[in-house]
Structure formats: structure tokens, C-alpha cells
Design a protein around this ligand. Sequence first.
Ligand SMILES: Nc1ncnc2c1ncn2[C@@H]1O[C@H](COP(=O)(O)OP(=O)(O)O)[C@@H](O)[C@H]1O
Ligand SMILES: O=C(O)C1=C[C@@H](OP(=O)(O)O)[C@@H](O)[C@H](O)C1
Ligand SMILES: [Mg+2]
Length: 175
Amino acid sequence: MPGDPVGRTRPVVVLVGSPGSGKTTVGETLAALLGVEFRDTDADIEAMAGKPIPEIFVDEGEDHFRALERAATAAALTSCAGVLALGGGAVLAEENRAALVGHTVVHLSVELADAVKRVGLGAGRPLLAINPRATLKHLMDQRRPLYAEVATATVVTDGRTPEEIAAEVAALLKP
Ligand SMILES: Nc1ncnc2c1ncn2[C@@H]1O[C@H](COP(=O)(O)OP(=O)(O)O)[C@@H](O)[C@H]1O
Ligand SMILES: O=C(O)C1=C[C@@H](OP(=O)(O)O)[C@@H](O)[C@H](O)C1
Ligand SMILES: [Mg+2]
């Protein structure tokens, strides 16, 4: 691939961040802007499991979901040549953080107020199904250092449109 000295397939950029930071939404906008494919490990996991994420959590539990997420992350990092969005909890696994070393990783940062507004009652996000505000605060406090560890750049998303955020990420990617 262009930009990779030994010709491996790798994402142009990997998006990480809290649920509600806009990884999926900004990722789609950014991929269209750059004219490249968009991949989201959550969609890959649903395809792998043959069911939506909330059903995976109910039927097999979070540990099984995290195992699928590690497999989906490893596969996407070597097969996606476009924009790759990870799930908000992917950084919890040391294996995933190690796999991100050497990649262009943008942390879409969001404060609690905007994240809560965006995820609402957590539809489709089983971890946020009960008490979304307190749960999100806890997740964000736990994960903030992990996003910082893997990120090569951070883009603030609060109070901004997906188009503005995608344009800033695109500008960061210019050589
Ligand atoms: N910058 C933004 N401003 C307002 N709403 C947003 C923004 N980014 C995403 N959203 C909305 O917030 C919700 C969660 O966005 P999503 O892209 O699924 O986030 P993530 O993948 O990081 O969890 C969606 O309803 C989306 O339309
Ligand atoms: O934060 C998490 O642990 C999760 C975030 C979700 O993705 P988004 O960050 O895209 O909402 C999804 O992977 C799953 O519900 C678990
Ligand atoms: Mg998402």
C-alpha cells in the first residue's frame, strides 16, 4: 500500500475514543472525504457472530465479545486500507494496544456532557443500558489514559459537527 515501506495493507487512520465520541459517524464521513473504504470492528464482530452486539452480550457475555473484538481488531489492522473505527472498549486489551503501535491512531476526545447527549439511553450499547451517565463517566475515567497511550494525535469533538471533525482528521493525515 502507498505509505507502507514493505507493502503491507494497513489503515490510513484508526479512530479510538469513548462511546459517543463519534468514531463510527466521523469515520464514515472521513472515509467518503478521502475516497477510501470504511471499516468498523463492531460491524465485523456482528458479521462474525451473526447477531447484533447486544445479543452477543446477552447470549455469550462480555468476555466472549472481547475475544471476538481482539480477533476483529487484529484482522482489520492487516486488511483494512482505509479508515478503521474501533469499539470504545478495544483499548482495554493489552493485545490490542500492542497491535496499534506503529499505526496512525487518532483519539476522538469527548467530555461527559456531549457523550451522554449523543448515546442517549444507550440503544445498541449493552454496557450503557442501565444508568448511562454514571456508567459512561466510569468508563471514560478508566479508559482516558489508555486512549492517550495508543493515540498519535487527539481531535476534540465537543460542540463540533462530524464534518468539521473529519476535516481536521484529514488535515492531520496530509504529509
Ligand atoms: N460531532 C457530533 N455531534 C453531534 N452528534 C454526533 C457527533 N458525532 C456523532 N454523533 C451522534 O452521536 C451518536 C453516537 O455516534 P457514533 O458515531 O455511533 O459514536 P461511537 O462510534 O464513537 O460510539 C450517533 O447518534 C451520532 O449521530
Ligand atoms: O465501550 C465499549 O466497551 C463498547 C463500545 C461499543 O462501540 P462504540 O464505542 O462504537 O459505541 C461496542 O463496541 C460495545 O457496545 C462495547
Ligand atoms: Mg461506533
